[in-house]
Design a protein around this ligand. Structure first.
Ligand SMILES: [Fe+2]
Length: 449
């Protein structure tokens, strides 16, 4: 059988010469200069080349061994060498981490594609929060943002003390510089930048846009596989972390720090990307969604979409997530005598969806690449009238959903509160409800009553 997409040997980048370390949560070690990494201990009296040793803790020191995440960084200067932090505001003030004053709405919401603010914006200044719940200060909850950048982060970096970012590019590849090395992330791939890591996002072409999930507690992990067995869904070896790279550059640099829901900025006289070597299991990573191995119904009926979970951030309740990242990727639909598109649904969880490319099989129109929908807890949703009628009249032949479509969902146990700027956005689809108008009532013959 012909394979529609080549799968070259690992590791690989996105058409670049970047080298990556493969594996999920591995104990990695990388050095940009041979001999820069201490071998026998973490914190020698004098590090190789006079580097400064610094630990970055992603979990409490005393977290159980299976959960414990930290890395040791060996750098030209300690990261503390900056001036005082001062409050920093983005030009349009559209970044939220406090949702106490936001509105939770039972209405089904949909946005047409989000556009760039118009003027030149880098990644930080373009951030636009759609919804979220909880707070960074209590380390519980999440936020969902979109970005639309038209400029690189020249001599600026961001670190998020509030949680992890999961970035989903929709248009335009990103070149992401981190303290751990460089990542290039194209649409169809995702990356995760964890709490505390300094990074800068630059467009590979003139501009780029996409989605971002922020979690205020814990870290993303691979879902349990249960009866699926040892294989399937996202494979650990397909997650790629950067290799050490550094620059020794004196410059007027701004370190932007997201802390307790607010942005702060501090000046320093050098690039923060001066880590010559590092080791540990707390490192950013990327993942090519084309490598996801979906499991689906082989005879009849429709599995719950949890079967397509790529990453999850679990809550303290078993089986319940702060947030799941789920994709609807290329796959065969073969279930017989079955309504194959997503079923009509009311969910105790809330569902935010985005579209990376193509057309989603649950909606014929209106849900467009770069747009989004939000179906909050127990708000009914499902396919539109046209999709329902087409699906109920379709043949039983196997059907391929090919590379042309890639949708995703952030699903959360928390109730999303929507920011005022998202509710008032010009691209809010105020006619969304109309797609569910026109369903014909089922007719029960009088003899059957
Ligand atoms: Fe749903």
């Amino acid at each position: 059988m012909a394979v529609s997409r080549p799968y070259p040997e690992m590791p690989r980048g996105s058409g670049t010469d970047l080298k990556y370390l493969s594996g999920f949560g591995n104990e990695f070690a990388s050095e940009a200069i041979p001999g820069a990494l201490p071998v026998d201990q973490n914190s020698p009296k004098v590090c190789p080349f006079g580097l400064y040793a610094e630990q970055l803790s992603g979990t409490a020191f005393t977290a159980p061994r299976r959960d414990n995440q930290r890395s040791w960084l060996y750098r030209l200067r300690p990261s503390v060498g900056h001036d005082h932090f001062e409050p920093y505001a983005t030009p349009h003030d559209t970044l939220n981490s406090d949702f106490s004053a936001c509105i939770s709405s039972p209405n089904q919401l949909r946005w047409l594609p989000f556009k760039s603010p118009g003027d030149q914006h880098d990644f930080v200044d373009s951030l636009f929060t759609i919804c979220g719940s909880g707070s960074a200060s209590t380390k519980s909850g999440f936020a969902i943002h979109v970005y639309a950048l038209t400029a690189g982060m020249d001599d600026r970096c961001l670190a998020n003390a509030d949680g992890d970012f999961l970035i989903v590019p929709q248009s335009g590849a990103l070149s992401i510089v981190t303290e751990f090395g460089h990542l290039e992330v194209a649409p169809g791939e995702i990356c995760v930048i964890q709490r505390g890591m300094r990074f800068a996002v630059n467009p590979v072409q003139a501009e780029a846009s996409g989605y971002m999930l922020e979690i205020f507690s814990g870290h993303f992990q691979l879902p349990e596989l249960g009866p699926i067995g040892a294989n399937g869904l996202a494979a650990a070896r397909h997650f790629l972390s950067p290799t050490a790279a550094f620059e020794d550059r004196v410059s007027s640099y701004t370190v932007i720090h997201k802390f307790d829901g607010r942005l702060w900025g501090a000046q320093q006289d050098h690039s923060p990307f001066d880590v010559v070597a590092w080791h540990g299991n707390y490192a950013p990573y990327k993942y090519d969604l084309a490598r996801f191995c979906p499991i689906n119904a082989a005879a009849f009926d429709h599995p719950d979409p949890s079967i397509f979970t790529v990453l999850t951030c679990p809550s303290t309740t078993p089986g319940v997530a702060v947030a799941d990242f789920v994709i609807f990727s290329p796959r065969w639909l073969v279930a017989e005598h079955t309504f194959r598109p997503p079923y009509f649904h009311r969910n105790c969880m809330s569902e935010f969806m985005g579209l990376i490319r193509g057309a989603y099989d649950g909606k014929r129109g209106g849900f467009l690449p770069g747009g989004a929908s939000l179906h909050s807890c127990m708000s009914p949703h499902g396919v539109d009238v046209a999709t329902f009628e087409a699906a109920t009249a379709s043949s039983e032949e196997p059907k391929k959903i090919g590379d042309e479509a890639l949708a995703f969902m952030f699903e959360t146990d928390l109730v999303p509160r929507v920011t005022s700027h998202a509710l008032n956005a010009a691209n809010l689809d105020r006619s969304y409800q109309q797609c569910w108008k026109g369903f014909k009532a089922a007719q029960i013959p009088p003899a059957a009553i």
